[in-house]
Structures are given as structure tokens and as C-alpha cells.
Design a protein around this ligand. Structure first.
Ligand code: PLP
Length: 421
């Protein structure tokens, strides 16, 4: 089969495809794996119950069913959901949104593909622009989303120690450089894989840099604010026309509904809707219709703050405690990134004699599936920064007992690696 440059790029071995294959194969192997690798949200009974109630109500209403499955939405997305969301956010935060500031996509992953290629890549006259990721590590799902090669430029973080076994990444503003070749800046907040939440001050400085260069700041709020609020520190919900805020219904508990939400200036939404029409004709209505009653009543915010956030915070605390106990007073060096949000522990084992990929393989053999940290540095030049081969991402969204077991096995294996020296 002969393929175009596009075909070759998107069938080449991409980090995310090999990772998804590996996770999928491990899951299908039928062995009793402890799954701490993926990004699947946990099952929260209160959320599940509200979804069931709304579905049951919709199923008995002929009009609703017709809207749900029998009508193409416009390329911008389901109108009623968009109108209710604009009203809710204006009421809550005074953002002054019109429906023309919001578009829906089939998952926020699809929005990132469109946005990155809208602002990064060839501009004509030989000019190429990149997407700046000011704080590596960053979400692996960005890595291969560029039609052009080498779309991303990432920046190493500042590392500060916040406790005997805890550290935090911060944006190294001395190293962040926005130039005429920067098409947009992008950060996930909270960050997948680290659970870091860039501070309000960091966000404001990045916005200032974007404004100065007349480029957008893309904020990936898949885990963030205003919803689903997997946030354990304060983070101010922020939007203005410089910012493209990408939200999602996935981590609220609806990943299969594939609903992404983009909030941006009108020209950005218009352009995005045009691309969406070409790629998808229309965005699916299901997630939007399912969530609309929660948006109209404001329940999406109260559920996020009062149910979803505490659910993940408690899981995070149990996971941290399990790992601290399992590592005990062992003398090998280990750190957890300050867990400020999302659903991951980011573990760092400085000077570990084997790479994180080898550790991942050894853990897989012991029935624990995690993700090697080296995947999460898209856009960072290959250099000898060994930190990127010393970290693991561990998901704690699933059953607490399983997660604690998995963490005990990780601690045991790390100690075994050191004991072999
Ligand atoms: N952004 C981040 C940081 C993520 O972790 C994910 C999925 O895990 C996404 C975006 C994409 O999510 P979805 O396409 O389900 O909205």
C-alpha cells in the first residue's frame, strides 16, 4: 500500500498508539492485571444515577428521542446545550459569552487536533509555526496530533521540593520563549500526567505572553475548572478572548459520549466549526443532550465541586498514603509530584539503575499496568536529561484496594531493583 505523507505520518508508530495497543493487549490477555495505566474515570454512583434518570426521562419523550438520534446538529454543536452553557458561565463568572463563543467536538481530543493544526504548521512563504508547551511533562495525546512533523516545542520545568518525598514542577519563565514562529501556547490544567496545577500567576503570565504576541493561549481543562473539577488546590476559572478553553464531559464520567467543548473568540469558533463540518459533518448530540439538564440547572457545577472533586481527592489521599507506607523508611530516593488534581500519581525515582520503560515492563510481568513517564515529553529535544526516564504515571481512579495493591508491588519492585545493584 502506497501512502501519502499524511497517511505515513498517521500510521507510523505513534507513542499514543503503541501505548493504547499495549494497554489493550494487557487487558485482553485475560490475566488478572491491576489496571493503573489508562485515563478512564472512576464510576461515581451519584453521577451514574443522574445519568440514568435523565436517560429514562428522555426515552419516554418522542421529541427528545428524535433530537437525540434523528437530527444532524449544526457543525458548531447542539444549540440548546450551547445556549445553556453560555448562560451558566455568564451567571457564575461574568464572562460575557454568546453562543457564538462555544463549539462542541467529538471529544476534546478532536478539538486539539483541529486547534493545533489551525495555529501550528505551514503558514505559506516558507513560514512554519510551532505550538509551545511551556511546561513539560505534558499530555501524550498531543504528541502526534500535528499534520506537520515537529509541531511542538516544549520547555523543561523548574523543580522544587515541597516535602521530604514530594516535588512540584513550575514554569521556568527564563526558558520560555515566544517568538514569531510560535502559533499558540498550550497547557493542561490540571496536567496529565503529573497532577500539577499551574498557578493563577503562572497562567496570567502565560496569557500576558500570548497577548503580547497576539496568539492564543490554549488551556486544556479536561480535568479542571469549572467542571469536572478534579482539583485539590485553588485554581481560578479564567476565560477571555485571548484564551481558548477546552473542556470535556469525559472525566465527569461520560467518556463514551465523546463530547468536547471549546470556548473561544467568535472567529476561532467559526473556523473550528468549519473544520468540524469537513471532518465530521456534525458533532454527536448524545453527550450534549444528556448533560444539558445538568447545565441548565447548574447541577454540573455542584456535582463537580461536591461529589466528583471529593471522590478523587479521597482516592488520591488513600493512594499517597498506601505508597508512603509501602516505601517505608527505605533509603532509596523517591518522590511523588504534589498531587494537586487529575487522577494520577507521578512517581519519580532519581538515579534508578533501570529506565522507567524497563521498570514498566517488570511491573507488567508482576501484573501491574502503569505508564512509563518517558512518553510524556512531547516537543522536548532529545538530550541527556535523565529525569525523563525516571518517572512513572500511576492512575488511581479505579478500585482503592487494587490501587493500594498495585502501589505496594511498585514499591517492592523499585526496592528489588536497587537491591540487585
Ligand atoms: N486532555 C487531557 C489532558 C486528557 O488527559 C485527555 C484524555 O485523557 C483529553 C484531553 C481528551 O479527552 P476527551 O477526548 O475524552 O475529551
Amino acid at each position: 500500500m502506497k501512502l501519502s505523507a499524511f497517511g505515513r505520518k498517521f500510521t507510523a508508530d505513534a507513542g499514543i498508539t503503541s501505548l493504547m495497543d499495549d494497554l489493550g493487549n494487557a487487558m485482553a490477555s485475560g490475566e488478572d492485571m491491576i489496571m493503573m495505566g489508562g485515563g478512564n474515570p472512576g464510576h461515581i454512583p451519584e453521577v451514574q444515577q443522574r445519568v440514568q434518570e435523565i436517560l429514562a426521562e428522555m426515552a419516554t419523550d418522542e421529541n427528545q428521542v428524535r433530537r437525540l438520534v434523528g437530527i444532524y446538529d449544526p457543525p458548531q454543536g447542539e444549540k440548546q446545550f450551547i445556549a445553556s452553557l453560555a448562560d451558566l458561565l455568564n451567571e457564575e463568572y461574568g464572562w460575557g459569552l454568546k453562543p457564538e463563543n462555544i463549539a462542541l467536538t467529538n471529544g476534546s481530543q478532536a478539538a486539539f487536533f483541529m486547534l493545533f493544526n489551525m495555529f501550528g504548521g505551514e503558514y505559506g512563504n516558507g513560514q512554519r509555526k510551532h505550538i509551545l508547551l511551556p511546561l513539560a511533562p505534558e499530555y501524550i495525546g498531543y504528541a502526534d496530533a500535528g499534520i506537520d512533523q515537529d509541531l511542538f516545542h516544549a520547555v523543561q520545568p523548574d523543580i522544587s521540593f515541597t516535602d521530604a518525598h514530594e516535588f512540584k514542577y513550575r514554569v521556568d519563565f527564563d526558558a520560555v520563549e515566544v517568538t514569531g514562529e510560535t502559533g499558540a501556547i498550550c497547557v493542561s490544567r490540571p496536567t496529565n500526567p503529573t497532577g500539577n496545577v499551574i498557578t493563577d500567576e503562572e497562567l496570567a503570565r502565560l496569557e500576558g505572553m500570548a497577548r503580547e504576541h497576539d496568539i492564543p493561549l490554549i488551556v486544556d481543562g479536561a480535568y479542571g475548572t469549572p467542571f469536572p473539577s478534579l482539583l485539590f488546590v485553588d485554581a481560578k476559572p479564567t476565560w477571555n478572548e485571548q484564551i481558548i478553553l477546552c473542556l470535556s464531559l469525559s472525566k465527569l464520567g461520560l467518556p463514551a459520549a465523546r463530547t468536547g467543548i471549546v470556548i473561544a473568540s467568535e472567529p476561532v469558533i467559526k473556523a473550528l466549526s468549519g473544520i468540524n463540518a469537513i471532518m465530521n459533518l456534525a458533532t454527536g448530540s448524545f453527550g450534549a443532550m444528556l448533560a444539558e439538564p445538568l447545565v441548565k440547572s447548574g447541577e454540573i457545577l455542584s456535582l463537580s465541586r461536591e461529589v466528583i472533586c471529593p471522590f478523587y481527592k479521597a482516592k488520591m489521599e488513600r493512594a499517597v498514603e498506601a505508597f508512603r507506607v509501602a516505601m517505608g523508611e527505605d533509603s532509596c530516593r523517591w518522590y511523588i509530584h504534589k498531587p494537586e488534581g487529575a487522577m494520577f500519581l507521578w512517581l519519580w525515582f532519581p538515579d534508578l539503575p533501570i529506565s522507567s520503560l524497563e521498570l514498566y515492563q517488570r511491573l507488567k510481568e508482576r501484573g501491574v499496568l502503569v505508564v512509563s513517564g518517558h512518553y510524556f515529553f512531547p516537543g522536548l529535544p532529545d538530550d541527556d536529561w535523565k529525569h525523563r526516564h525516571e518517572c512513572l504515571r500511576v492512575t488511581y481512579s479505579q478500585d482503592d484496594e487494587q490501587v493500594a495493591n498495585g502501589l505496594r508491588i511498585i514499591a517492592d519492585e523499585v526496592k528489588a531493583v536497587w537491591a540487585e545493584q
